[in-house]
Design a protein. Structure first.
Length: 365
């Protein structure tokens, strides 16, 4: 069995090798030979196999505190749910996820079964949504998602939020079909109650057409964070539930991470914002799908900045970071940039991966 301490390294080694192959392909590709160089059936089969591999690789990971919250799930499973008759808990905080967890325990299916099914939702729904958003370039878009800053962590540690975020990506891909989109949003909320905020941001993005107002809101939130204007963090504490309030009010020493103004997080978060501004106002891209995705990202990332001084700031940030790779790469793949479109996309793609590797291997080591 692979030891837990090397799981992260193996994951990023696989993602990096696959990304280098894709980068080599896209860096020599132009808009005149798309049909020749993009065998969709082969790509789709390969990606399907990759999703299965990741589901099994992550789902069958060893039980270890390396994966932090994993051990909390295992302890709760044996303490409260194993072989306990199942009764639907209508008052559960996360009414689908919590009841599913209890059901797995009641049937004595085991924690491995639980982790495999959650991993399948995490990697599978993300793939499904990305395939719908990038039907002609699913491979590079999905690898952008896999190479993102938080993807591994939310597949092994914050699995509840990760699965909910992937379901949200899938729901967004159905923004034109409300008969599918709305039920998916309900399922998303049932996996993690924190998805109330991204869902509200999605509704706002649909109703409020002008992206410029969202850019101004993001800059305002950045200024509030810089001067440590805590009014909004206190306001959100009063509006959220007990669990959410705990994230917003607990002290830094309670969780062992960094708090305060996060220059590193701001730098990371600003990349899709800068790309989005250039794409819309300089390159004159007019895409309803991209506009919605960008406005949801700007709103959720702005709310994170208003709560930046909270201890569990990374978990609040992930509500926007889950969309980060999609918002970053979308305009380069789905809009026109001339015959060098794919070469530009390949450079953005590989720089995104390089930034992630730099942050994880050098900056945080």
């Amino acid at each position: 069995m692979i030891v837990a301490s090397v799981y992260y390294s193996i994951y990023f080694l696989i993602v990096t090798i696959l990304s280098l192959f894709v980068y080599s392909h896209y860096s020599h590709r132009n808009t005149n030979n798309v049909s020749i160089n993009n065998p969709k059936r082969v790509n789709n089969v390969g990606l399907f196999l990759l999703v299965i591999f990741l589901t099994l690789f992550i789902g069958f990971r060893p039980q270890s505190y390396v994966f932090v919250d994993m051990m909390n799930y295992i302890q709760n499973y044996h303490a409260f749910f194993e072989n306990v008759p199942f009764h639907w808990d209508a008052n559960a905080e996360n009414f689908l996820f919590d009841n599913y967890f209890a059901f797995v325990g009641s049937q004595n299916l085991g924690t491995t079964f639980f982790f495999v099914t959650i991993a399948a939702i995490y990697f599978g729904c993300a793939y499904w949504g990305i395939h719908r958003l990038f039907p002609n370039d699913t491979t590079i878009a999905y690898l952008t998602f896999l190479g993102a800053f938080s993807t591994f962590s939310y597949g092994t540690n914050g699995i509840k939020a990760g699965a909910a975020a992937s379901l949200f990506i899938l729901a967004l891909s159905y923004y034109k079909n409300w008969k599918v989109c709305v039920p998916l949003l309900v399922i998303t909320l049932g996996f993690h109650h924190s998805m109330t905020m991204p869902i509200a941001a999605f509704v706002l993005a649909i109703l409020w057409k002008n992206p410029k107002h969202f850019f101004w809101g993001w800059l305002f939130s950045l200024l509030c964070a810089f001067v440590h204007f805590s009014f909004f963090q206190e306001l959100f504490t009063g509006l959220t539930d007990e669990s959410g309030a705990g994230y917003l009010t607990s002290r830094g020493e309670d969780w062992g991470g960094k708090s305060g103004f996060r220059f590193d997080f701001v730098l990371y978060s600003s990349m899709p914002v800068l790309v989005g501004y250039y794409a819309i106002y300089k390159h004159k891209i007019e895409s309803r799908a991209y506009s919605i995705l960008l406005k949801v990202y700007l709103t959720t990332n702005a709310i994170w900045m208003l709560c930046m001084y909270a201890s569990f700031t990374n978990r609040i940030a992930y509500l926007s970071w889950s969309l980060y790779p999609i918002v970053l790469i979308y305009p380069f793949l789905n809009e026109e940039w001339g015959k060098n479109k794919y070469r530009i996309a390949s450079k953005v793609f590989i720089c995104h991966l390089a930034f992630t590797l730099f942050m994880e291997i050098i900056y945080y080591s």
